[in-house]
Design a protein around this ligand. Sequence first.
Ligand code: FAD
Ligand code: NAI
Length: 467
Amino acid sequence: MAYDLIVIGSGPGGYFCAIRAAQLGMKVAVVEKDKTFGGTCLNIGCIPSKALLHASHLYDEAGHLFDRMGIKVGNPKLDLPGMMKFKDEGVAGNVKGVAFLFKKNKIDTFQGTGRIAAGGKVEVTSAGRKSETLEAKAIVIATGSDVARLPGIEIDEKRIVSSTGALVLSTVPKRLLVIGAGVIGLELGSVWRRLGSDVVAVEFLDRILPGMDNEVCRQVQRILEKQGMTFRLSTKVTAIDPSSQPLKVKIARSSDGGGAETVEADVVLVAVGRVPYTAALGLETLGVKQDNKGRVLVDQYFATNVAGIYAIGDVIAGPMLAHKAEDEGVAVAEILAGQAGHVNYDVIPNVVYTFPEIASVGKSEEELKQSGIDYRAGKFPFTANGRAKINLETEGMVKILADAGSDRVLGVHIVGADAGNMIAEAAVAMEFGAAAEDIARTCHPHPTLSEAVREAALAVDKRAINM
Ligand code: FAD
Ligand code: NAI
């Protein structure tokens, strides 16, 4: 069978690409090695983690907040298998949705591992079946990423787990040690802390969430510490004795290896990043170039150095985020159809789904300083927002960074309940090249948390009303 396009991988990058290409009239095939579609995001990433974050947050609120609002439920009891079932049902609904969309868009699907045998040829192999070779004018590699590992520390997904194992623990660990205070460490650390674990996050650097605005991170660290999470910054794990019960984890100062000590944990979560996944694709034989981190090298049209082979999503450079992969999937499909597909990498929002949520888009203060850009900052705390007060959700703030000369919005950072939804307004504003004054002059509904975004925009010009 000859196709216009074969997409290898059905994660957010791959399935968006396939659907957009089909919409544009292409005959499309998708090759997926796993049993279900949706990739990391739907099966073992965004969706299951957000299900557990949502359920554990409500459990936490039922235990601490309901009483203050006059709701007497007594001490909530955790039914962990029930919570896992809720999560699994959410995942199942989402992956079935992708299968439905493939059918609806007349996309052929092949379950098996794809290998690019030659330009325009993909060999699909799956256990117990004869391999078959598909042909296409273009091939898009959307094979995503895998867990980064630490030398000498073997992940067994039972006691020493990656995010995948941390989403399916069958009991609440008394002590959870997280290696890495990045996005996964904070999100899954929050889940298990809410469900009853003592959580310690060991972070190599002297700060949490590297890359995010420093002021925001300091505030978030304080909030999470108040919730009961412990951080060991500038610290590294040097060894874990896997035979010990509980696990004996050796830690030391990250700078010089000094101050060594042993701490005990029932479960260790390794969350030190992710690496591009290109196994079995045959890239070396084809001569497809990769960088020193194993990412597939592409030009601004997502084309590799080999004609007819493209790549998108986690497997190429850039933030490893589902919506970035989705946008690249759409862009490459449009480029293949002769259109001007494009991704604006300056406006990719980033959300950490802790409570409160942390959301940002555009530049941090440190980045602006480093580039020598003169900016003005407007900040507004949720303690001064009416809706946040009545909801008892006053932690956090909105910070807007605007160019000192033109007032153009350069970066927006929000710590607060529902920050992830609110950041979309900032992204739209930035996409349209808005000035802080444009946001400030836009009527926002009352009473909503979004009024804090408007107030921060007003604060850029030192004229916030409620502060
Ligand atoms: P993937 O989703 O990894 O999909 C790649 C697919 O390719 C997989 O299905 C794989 O089986 C398949 N594949 C690989 N090789 C082959 C082959 N040779 N043949 C056939 N199939 C193959 N991002 C967010 O934006 N928001 C979040 O809240 C969020 N939460 C996350 C939580 C966790 C715990 C994790 C681990 C990640 C999270 N991410 C989140 C990141 C997000 O999951 C990724 O950025 C996103 O899935 C990348 O999409 P992708 O299509 O590039 O790759
Ligand atoms: P990360 O890059 O966010 O954080 C890894 C952390 O581990 C960093 O703080 C790093 O300094 C630290 N670290 C690295 N080596 C270490 C060591 N030896 N000892 C101690 N600390 C060490 O990676 P994470 O959390 O694993 O997430 C992987 C990717 O998945 C991220 O890039 C993120 O984009 C994506 N993701 C996105 C989510 C979201 O958008 N809400 C949620 C979860 C994951």
